[in-house]
Design a protein around this ligand. Structure first.
Ligand SMILES: [Zn+2]
Length: 590
């Protein structure tokens, strides 16, 4: 459905959060809550337990000092307060920081924590109990649960077999399939094209995000053959969508706890759930907004990429070598891109910051053009970085230009708002497609006329923050570099055993092809013209030369090289004179 509306099912919607709305007098609320804990805690130890209460099942929305609804403090003021919060031991995540409202989410705050915050001038706006999304008072049954995502994807693959390839990228600890769908004019087949990815619901409770990703799928499949842009994008690019990275967590949201964020992996004796967006390998570890404590909502897991979901996404990235990847999260209406955290210096920028910044502002402009909704653009987020996130890993380890879009203004907006959120975000991802068709380099590296995996760098950029080299990938020896328009770029290609080569190109505002053929550092020892390798150039080689020049069997790179006297990677008439000369010279092996 290109309009982003849900498949009708089940009960009617209704916003029925049990809200304790607009508490300006925080102390009254904290006191009431404190009393409820006290009443619930039996026995003579109750008083002692009250002060040490560890994990109240509530999530609290807190407003910054000086903020009023709709008018947030400046980024600099927020940055200072967030630094103060960090010093005080609070983990504040970017999912749920609403810069326009001047509010953020605090997980499981103890009464003593809230006392400290209110003393510093913060105020509590809202408290949400952890209840099932489906059932109880929180019924919002039109959001997609894991079974619905699965059945919709299977139906789409059945409806559009010519342009879709549905496949599993992994299985969760509870046995659910993590689905990916490729949309392309040659689905499931390697193509010499840029690839672009969209994913949703790394975090389970961010329930509108899968709707945005499903809308990408709907737009491309339903528009193919009728909508000019959809047709063009399906023909020219490979799109891969993972609407629900974390189906186990989402199931828990629907059945038990609408505010559950992590996956459902257990680590005995008592650890349950890992924050998937802290589990990726780049800079995985302490610092920058992840926790080593498993009860934390930002628990990074026992080791880098320990989680099945993270491994599934890593395998997908290895297969497709995405030029761009967008992770949808909620909420806060902003776009964020690396580096989220760089060697402890959150202000560190990526070497390719300029082009990625341009793209993110284009994405925000595309969103705003739909209905005037403003998404801010941050790099990094003003409230400090995180590590082990997917976007920084995508950039540093995979060379993919990655973005996080924090949609909407709550984890679980009234379902009536979802169509609007989907619509405005369509303006953002459509921009990415149009930008992909503009200034970029399509680099191909060969060696001995065959595509190879080679390290490619733009000498315009210096990598200095632990980035891994970008490598062309097979079967096409391809790398895609999106670059700023109207620039000059030098591509350097290198591979062990070959002479490093460079190519400098001018880029206007359309894709430019860059082809580099690497010469071997040591010339091949075989004799040109000796097609059958018997150390004699003779009549028997003529037949093979003709066959190769006619493209007949020609599968063997050695044969092609031997016949290519002009070393131009084409076997043609011009090579014949060289062949004849070798024949007449009677050269043989030493
Ligand atoms: Zn999130």
């Amino acid at each position: 459905m290109a309009d982003g509306l849900p498949r009708a099912r089940g009960r009617g919607m209704g916003e029925s959060h049990r809200r304790f709305s607009q508490y300006e007098a925080f102390r009254c609320l904290a006191l009431a809550w404190w009393l409820s804990v006290a009443i619930a805690a039996p026995g003579p130890q109750a008083a002692a337990q009250q002060t040490a209460v560890a994990a109240p099942s509530r999530t609290v929305t807190v407003r910054f000092p000086g903020a009023v609804d709709g008018v947030a403090p400046s980024h600099e003021v927020m940055r200072q307060w967030l630094a103060w919060l960090g010093d005080q031991g609070f983990n504040i995540d970017r999912c749920g920081l609403d810069a326009s409202a001047g509010t953020f989410i605090l997980e499981s705050a103890a009464p003593s924590d809230l006392e400290r915050l209110t003393a510093a001038g913060f105020s509590v706006v809202d408290m949400l109990d952890r209840e099932p999304l489906e059932g109880g008072q929180r019924t919002q049954s039109q959001y997609f649960n894991p079974a619905e995502i699965q059945s919709m994807l299977i139906q789409i693959a059945a409806d559009y077999p010519a342009i879709t390839h549905l496949f599993s990228i992994g299985t969760t600890t509870q046995g659910r399939t993590i689905w990916a769908i490729e949309i392309s004019d040659n689905p499931g087949v390697a193509e010499d094209e840029p690839a672009i990815q969209f994913n949703g619901q790394h975090h389970a409770r961010e329930v509108a995000t899968s709707h945005v990703v499903m809308n990408v799928i709907d737009f491309l499949t339903q528009g193919y053959g009728s909508d000019a842009e959809a047709t063009d994008w399906v023909n020219r690019y490979k799109t891969v969508c993972v609407p629900m990275v974390n189906p186990d967590g989402v199931n828990h949201v629907f059945t038990s706890d609408s505010l559950w964020r992590k996956n459902r992996q257990s680590y005995p004796p008592s650890c349950l759930g890992v924050d998937l967006n802290r589990n990726y390998p780049y800079l995985w570890g302490p610092g920058c907004g992840s926790s080593g404590t498993c009860s934390s909502d930002v628990y990074r897991g026992p080791s880098s990429a320990s989680e099945l979901e993270t491994q599934a996404m890593r395998g997908l990235a290895d297969t497709y070598n995405f030029a761009m990847a967008t992770s949808y999260h909620s909420y806060g209406r902003f776009i964020d891109y690396p580096y989220a955290c760089s060697n402890g210096s959150p202000s560190q920028q990526m070497p390719e910051h300029a082009v990625i910044d341009e793209m993110m502002r284009g994405m925000a402009a595309g969103i705003r053009a739909v209905n005037g909704v403003i998404y801010s653009v941050y790099s990094p987020v003003p409230f400090g970085g995180v590590n082990g996130d997917d976007t920084s890993w995508y950039y540093a380890h995979k060379g993919t230009y990655p973005f996080i879009v924090e949609i909407g203004t709550s984890f679980e907006p009234p379902f009536s708002q979802v169509a609007g959120i989907v619509n405005e975000n369509r303006g953002g991802w459509r921009y990415l497609y149009s930008r992909l068709g503009q200034a970029r380099l399509d680099v191909h590296v060969t060696a001995g006329c065959e595509p190879v995996e080679a390290e490619v760098t733009l000498t315009n950029y210096a990598f200095d923050t632990g980035e891994l080299p970008r490598e062309t990938f097979l079967p096409f020896g391809r790398w895609t570099y999106v670059v700023k328009a109207n620039g000059s770029y030098t591509v350097r290609a290198s591979k062990p055993g070959y002479i490093t080569a460079e190519s400098t190109v001018a880029v206007a505002n359309v894709p430019v092809a860059v082809a580099i053929d690497l010469a071997p550092a040591t010339p091949p020892s075989f004799l040109l013209g000796d097609m059958d390798g018997n150390c004699l150039v003779d009549g028997a080689d003529i037949d093979e030369f003709v066959a190769v020049s006619l493209g007949q069997p020609s599968g063997l790179p050695q044969q092609v090289l031997r016949a290519d006297f002009a070393a131009d990677c084409v076997i043609d008439q011009a090579d014949l004179s060289g062949f004849v000369a070798a024949l007449l010279a009677g050269d043989g092996c030493p």
